[in-house]
Design a protein around this ligand. Sequence first.
Ligand code: ZN
Ligand code: CU
Length: 503
Amino acid sequence: MPLRCDLVIRHATIIDGTGAPRYRADVAVTGDRIVSVGDLGGMSGAEEVDGMGLALAPGFIDAHTHDDRAVLCGPQCQHCKVSQGVTTVVVGNCGVSLAPLRMSRRPPPPLDLLGDESWFTLGSFAEYGEALEKRPTNVNTLAFCGHMSLRVEAMEGDVYRAANDREIGAMQARLAEALQQGAAGFTTGLYYAPNAQATTDEVVAVGEALRAHGGIYMTHMRDESDQVLDSIRETLRIGRDIGRGAKDRDSGRETGAAERPVEVIISHHKCAMPENFGRSRETLALIDSLGQDQPVAFDVYPYPAGSTVMMPERLRQDVPVQITWSVPHPEQAGRDLDDVAREWGMTRKAAAEKLLPAGAIYFQMDEADVRRIMAHPRSMIGSDGIPHDAVPHPRLWGTFPRVLGHYVREVGLFSLETAVHKMTGRTAAIFGLPDRGTIRPGNFADLVLFDPATVADRATYKTPTLTSLGIHRVWANGVATLTEAGLTGAAPGRFIRNPRLAA
Ligand code: ZN
Ligand code: CU
């Protein structure tokens, strides 16, 4: 009488997420967990899937998303991610989180990446967690609390200035509450006009809550172009200073007894603008040297163009711009800003202003830097996809298959094992998820079955919402979320509460 389990995937090539070489095995699942890996001829599953000729990897973890709202609207809203093999998303990035914030008027950019005021209805992180559990989706969610969301609340909307002590105290208390209610850490977007007003000391003071309650500091740095090295130094200083605690900082004491730098993650690492092309040699060397004494990682997306809100004051003639959305002129989404300006008989800047509020893609990076950053051992893959844009950057639908198809198979940038590690095991270790990100008995059954010979992105700048090729099946917590027929409609995703919350 063979042993029974819910699901056996047979004869697949296992890429286990640790970076170790592939091997052939069967994987058995019961409930939400992997129960056995090996030659399971003596086991039978209620469902059996033939994985012959295909690769089985841990479900991909999207290290950087703006899916705060997309995870609240059901499985269809995550079609872009599940169709790439994603089973977990990290939300609340770049200082922008849906909770905890209630709005009665349009939020200032870039908070409006998540939508207008009608979406900001969650007054606490606990309410966000409850919303996710009441209406689950098909991916797991790890959620961060954003500095800008805290600022808009504490500073009563007047955010184009530094916060005062009372406001900093309010933000710190709110972050502490969010961490206790499940937030995995604190993010900033110091690059953006309102948050650029925040001093390093403001960030350290608000981030103080991370020391007491546990969590990561993750940042869209103040500057990713000329001053990128200073920004990296600032980011690592923030991690160290939060770790030292206010008392030791004020007394100037170098080493406090409880000193332990807070882990920092640099978001979508890049060297922007043509005059900085090639400087990833310097940035990676600096990260490596500072990283000897404190934990630091970064995420990266596999494209030489970025995307965010439209910023007319930062346009440059040598950086092409494609419009992703516009409230007053939705018909211009997907078009080149130069073409629109010409048609309207005005300068680019005037055209950009006329489009506001709006979003854009900026072709501002060097392919060699993108590759160097992706290949670095500290990198993990994050899409930075923006799900509510009318004509989004193709990274939203294409990131993971693009790494596996274009960069592994076509370019040979690194091995398939390394690529999968940067999407799974490494990411889970950085975010503190011990039972996800690798294939081994006892772990959650987050899995993706794909064809290494055909996996490829189809999304392009002109046609950005095409699904990828070669992703056969996806399971989250043991439940199929995607098959060859498409989304299953199942919603087994969970809210992953702050894994570092001090007990
Ligand atoms: Zn960002
Ligand atoms: Cu982002």
